[in-house]
Design a protein around this ligand. Structure first.
Ligand code: ADP
Length: 474
């Protein structure tokens, strides 16, 4: 019977989708089979099904007719436009909420497949840990992973819908900016292994306080199926405090002695990367990471912990972590002329990630070299924005940086914090544009300097990285 077979695009019928999403069929043939799914009318598979999602900027319902023109054989909508009733060739399924329905379809799809699902959440390090985990698991098994940071209520279901019979593992990030999202993502993914990397100062706009972040992140623990394995960062006191409230078993990773999976003998090899010994169950394995930063040792321990939960041979862990070459914009070290090192950490920023970055980048500064920091706004901090940017400025001053370049609406607050922490005013430069930042940094840098560039995604500091590289090549 169809229902007992693993779901497979090309074989999935409207009837099955209808049952999975508890929708109402407005028109079309219940036997119609679909070749794929898309919520983006620019990428429609002929023969696929188009999901009309309502976003902040776009409403997928506006693109339904375009999707049909592109060859969609079915559409799922929450508002039925009268013209849809006149297209009998097309399957039209109506649901109360298309986003909810997408999650329901993905949850059903996931249950049709035998792949072990791994869920990774935390305030910082999700994408990096996902990539490291995939590098390990891809040795010897077919592993699905989410693209980029597709980790929300659209990206996670869309990733799950790519599961095929061939996949043995699926590594998924779970992101959120408000309470209830991790709970819902967990319900959709029903993970076999769940991990919380850390609880940090991110998305405070929707969550209020660090306690709020901890509560939101531990929804994963709360909702994980009883048989699933849970992994936590044992060095994160806020996380540990909240995890204790659940009557659930877990294992821990971290640098402290009491963790189940530990990193010891950490060696900072500058821009060459990091070395450390991985300890588990009384055994030790030497690990070579080609990426820098203590935070990446922690991410590697997290990936190793996931692999141990899945009984992956330790030699795969050693090899897979060695294969990892970094993710664009996440603490990538770029050597320039004259022994100058540019640290591209421009992908995103929040106060906890900034702190990790400052510590890791300062550790790369060679003897006699200076540390320069270019910092953009950190967004989504709600009421804490002013204090967080002041704190950021004072942390930059405390990191031993000799120059601070700030850009964005909070540049003055960053400056205030740096000044209060004793940084000389003439070494704090506020700039208005990317070009000005490129020019001022390029003019200031000299032999042996290390420059850290960091800001929230919307600050587009990758343009500054490009500009400085270009100037360096001239
Ligand atoms: P996420 O997917 O959670 O946004 P990423 O792996 O993309 O995290 O890393 C984003 C930034 O967060 C990195 O560039 C780095 O500055 C910081 N970061 C990464 N891992 C950690 C960690 N384990 N702890 C603290 N900060 C981290």
């Amino acid at each position: 019977m169809m229902e007992d077979m693993p779901a497979e695009w090309g074989k999935i019928s409207s009837r099955e989708i209808l049952a999975a999403v508890k929708g109402r069929m407005i028109s079309g043939n219940p036997q119609t089979r679909f070749t794929g799914f898309s919520s983006d009318s620019r990428h429609i598979d002929p023969g696929g099904i188009f999901w009309a999602l309502k976003g902040d900027r776009f409403d997928g319902h506006d693109f339904v007719s375009r999707a049909i023109e592109q060859g969609a054989l079915g559409v799922v909508v929450q508002e039925v436009h009268p013209s849809l009733k006149e297209s009998p060739r097309v399957v039209v399924i109506s649901v109360a909420d298309t986003l909810r329905a997408l999650g329901d379809l993905a949850a059903w799809w996931r249950r049709q497949h035998t792949a072990k699902v791994i869920a990774i959440t935390g305030s910082s390090g999700k994408t990096t840990t996902k990539e490291m985990t995939a590098d390990i698991l891809q040795i010897g098994t077919e592993t699905l992973k989410n693209q980029g940071n597709h980790n929300n209520l659209i990206g996670l279901p869309a990733t799950l819908l790519k599961l095929t019979k061939a996949h043995q593992r699926a590594v998924l990030e779970m992101g959120m900016n408000r309470r209830g999202e991790i709970a819902r993502l967990t319900e959709i993914a029903t993970p076999d292994v769940g991990i919380i990397l850390n609880v940090g100062m991110a998305h405070l706009e929707g969550l209020g306080t660090l306690e709020g972040v901890a509560k939101a992140k531990t929804e994963l623990m709360d909702r994980l199926p009883p048989k699933a394995q849970m992994v936590l960062n044992g060095d994160d006191d806020m996380l540990m405090k909240h995890a204790g409230q659940f009557n659930k078993k877990y294992i821990t990773f971290g640098l402290r002695d009491n963790n189940s999976i530990r990193g010891v003998n950490i060696e900072n090899r500058g821009s060459e990367g990091m070395g450390f010994d991985l300890v588990f169950n009384g055994d030790t394995w030497p690990i070579c990471l080609s990426v820098s930063g203590l935070h990446n040792v922690k991410n590697a321990l997290a990936a190793a912990a996931i692999a141990f939960c899945l009984d992956v041979p330790p030699e795969h862990i050693v090899k897979g972590l060695g294969l990892f070459t970094g993710v664009k914009g996440r603490f990538q070290t770029i050597p320039l002329k004259n022994h100058i090192l540019l640290v591209d950490d421009t992908y995103n920023a929040n106060p906890s990630a900034l702190q990790a970055s400052l510590v890791s980048a300062a550790a790369l500064v060679p003897k006699g070299g200076r540390f320069l920091v270019g910092l953009g706004d950190m967004l989504e901090l709600g009421d804490t924005a002013v204090s967080a940017h002041r704190e950021a400025g004072s942390r930059v001053a405390g990191s031993g940086a000799s120059w601070l370049f700030a850009m964005g609406t909070h540049a003055d607050h960053i400056k205030y914090g740096a000044l209060s922490a004793g940084m000389p005013e003439k070494h704090i430069v506020i700039v208005e544009t990317h070009d000005e930042l490129i020019m001022k940094i390029s003019r200031e840098i000299k032999t042996n300097d290390t420059i850290l560039l960091k800001g929230s995604r919307k600050m587009q500091f990758e343009k500054v990285v490009e500009g400085i590289r270009k100037t360096d090549n001239q």
